[in-house]
Ligand binder design. Sequence first.
Ligand code: TYM
Length: 334
Amino acid sequence: QSIVLTGITTTGTPHLGNYVGAIRPAIEASRRHDVLPFYFLADYHALIKCQDPERVNRSTLEIAATWLALGLDTANAVFYRQSDVPEIAELAWMLNCVTAKGLMNRAHAYKAAVQANEDSGEGDPDKGVTMGLFNYPVLMAADILMFNAHKVPVGRDQVQHIEMARDIAGRFNHLYGEHFVLPEAVISEDTATLSGLDGRKMSKSYDNVIPIFLAEKPFRKLINKIKTNSLEPGVPKDPDTCTLYSIYKAFATPEETAAIRRRYEEGIGWGEMKGVLFEYLNEHLKAARERYDALMEAPEKIEEVLQEGAAKAREYSAPLMKKVRASVGIRPLS
Ligand code: TYM
């Protein structure tokens, strides 16, 4: 069985980009029996960006409810909260001790923070950079290596982190013996990055996201806000540079997508296309939205599933950690 693992940071409400880039392919994989999936809520990662406890807590529930409402097969998949598996934080420390600082200097998230400080001309390039942010890829390596994942399905923005996890695993194995599988990133090419309201990548940090389970009315409103060019109805339009089209394509079948391409050639108006997109997505998400709303009313049910998941995860993490502790010369926990 091949081990597939992926996580989502619990800082916000899950959006269509998370769905298309991570949740949907992960749920599809959860139904395959040649795969053992590990899916988790990265709440330790959330602390790097968010110091609002209420928000971290709420987001954790929302993301868990989202996976369950969208049909995650929890009989096959191991579905858990990162912080419920204490071995992960322990492993992160051990990995920290074999990871070169120079490798972390090259991490995108850290570099972007330093660049923003330099651009603002404020003098201190490390302003606002915590050790949590700097170490982010090491914690992520611990998430992955803890379960010896072979494949890690992620959006393109995360690929560097998987490469770093490979490097770190290689280094640890070299020093202490072959404990870890070298993981590989899996990106689905056609839907690698979904665009948001303003046409840039849909992302919490750009404030341009469309939440998956927004109620119907605000959902329609948000879709009407997607940026388009100013071409009038009747004028042929280029689907390949249009956010409405790219979102439609991420959900529709190839036949439906081809039919919409023809409508672009015929000069469909933006108002009409927004209506088409709303109807399509709404129909597609309606039943899951009802399941989501019901789950959010019953957080104890969500918690039950997460606790079962954590217990399953620890069946894997505890023995591996025992081996790892012995290999570095630390006494086993009794
Ligand atoms: P996060 O929470 O930022 O995003 C979760 C997943 O969604 C993908 N994604 C997108 N894909 C396509 N289009 C978009 N617009 C879009 N926005 C987000 C991300 O690439 C990601 O796959 N550090 C990770 C969480 C994490 C993790 C891990 C992932 C922690 N440990 C171990 C895999 C393995 C993160 O912040 O993802």
